[in-house]
Design a protein around this ligand. Structure first.
Ligand code: ADP
Ligand code: ZN
Length: 296
């Protein structure tokens, strides 16, 4: 049985066809231009494939509430051409197959849970640190939604006493994303993050901010594992620094087996940057199973 997967990102669209075991049979990508330019190409790709269902993981914010009138629409985005665009509807109308729909980060979280290192766990946080910061959250065996969906990249954090960078989130200035996403690193230090690899001060400070976020997620969501992905996390030296800071911030308050082995608790994404597309494949499969069950 074949499923389609679409990782709809702000800079590129990744499309794939795969099976229920997570084998990707083909994959290609396109730049994200306007809906008028990009969506017909995506539709034409998927309409030629023998797929039973499609899974879409979309950049946000998006409406993920199936009861809502604007379900599947991209909401208030700085990418103005996509504002209020009915992404789900475009595919639903043309393909007429079950379509699973969630945020890009929830999809990545699901990808790791299904095909990666977080299998059999009930509560997992997946954080991506790239052009922006986003959190995919899985609790009690389900991807978390609420009135909208989690926006864990925009949480408030405490500025380091020696950091004078004001932050670059257009909404909040110095939220986590404004202080620690790739563009914030570049603005603060005047060089692209990848070129700063040897500068230990850069990564000490970065770890300080990421660790604050993780400490808050640990205290609020009690995840069984935290997975960190995205371009910035290619800097592997961040992992021990983050673990050390989390330990310091928790200060002995949480004493679980997970916290006592932080090396296995705070880990890099394991699917070679395919966690998003694999998660979309699983979204397709879950939606297909749900609709088949409903019909029976
Ligand atoms: P996106 O978030 O757009 O989906 P990425 O996750 O690749 O894409 O994130 C891009 C950001 O990550 C950029 O700000 C870039 O500077 C940063 N980045 C990419 N590669 C590296 C690297 N090797 N080390 C540090 N930062 C990186
Ligand atoms: Zn913000």
């Amino acid at each position: 049985m074949l499923f389609g997967a679409l990782e709809a990102g702000g800079t590129k669209m990744v499309m794939a066809v795969g099976d229920e075991k997570g084998n990707i049979l083909e994959q290609k990508s396109l730049p994200t231009l306007t809906p008028e330019e990009t969506v017909p190409e995506l539709l034409s790709y998927f309409s030629k494939k023998e797929i039973c269902a499609l899974g879409i993981g979309a950049f946000g914010p998006v409406d993920v509430n199936p009861q809502s009138k604007s379900f599947g629409h991209i909401l208030d985005t700085p990418k103005l051409a996509w504002k209020n665009y009915n992404l789900y509807g475009a595919f639903q109308e043309k393909l007429g197959i079950p379509i699973g729909f969630d945020t890009d980060v929830n999809s990545s979280c699901l990808g790791e849970i299904t095909f990666g290192q977080a299998g059999n766990l009930n509560s997992v946080v997946y954080l991506t640190i790239g052009t922006g910061i986003g959190a995919g959250i899985y609790v009690n065996g389900k991807l978390l939604h609420g009135m909208l969906h989690p926006e864990g990249g925009h949480i408030m954090i405490t500025r380091h006493p020696e950091d004078s960078f004001e932050g670059c989130c257009p909404y909040h200035g110095g939220c986590l994303e404004g202080m620690a996403a790739g563009p914030a690193i570049e603005k603060r230090w005047g060089k692209r993050a990848a070129e700063l690899e040897q500068e230990s001060a850069v990564w000490e400070l970065e770890a300080y901010y990421i660790a604050q976020a993780l400490t808050n997620y640990i205290l609020i969501l009690s995840p069984e594992k935290i997975i960190l992905g995205g371009g910035v996390m290619h800097q592997k030296q961040l992992f021990p620094l983050i673990r050390e800071q989390v330990k310091k911030m928790l200060n002995g308050y949480i004493n679980t087996k997970e916290i006592s082995s932080l090396d296995q608790y705070i880990v890099p994404a394991s699917l070679k940057d395919n966690q998003g597309i694999l998660g979309c494949l699983q979204l397709a499969k879950l939606e297909y199973e749900q609709q088949v069950k409903y019909v029976q």
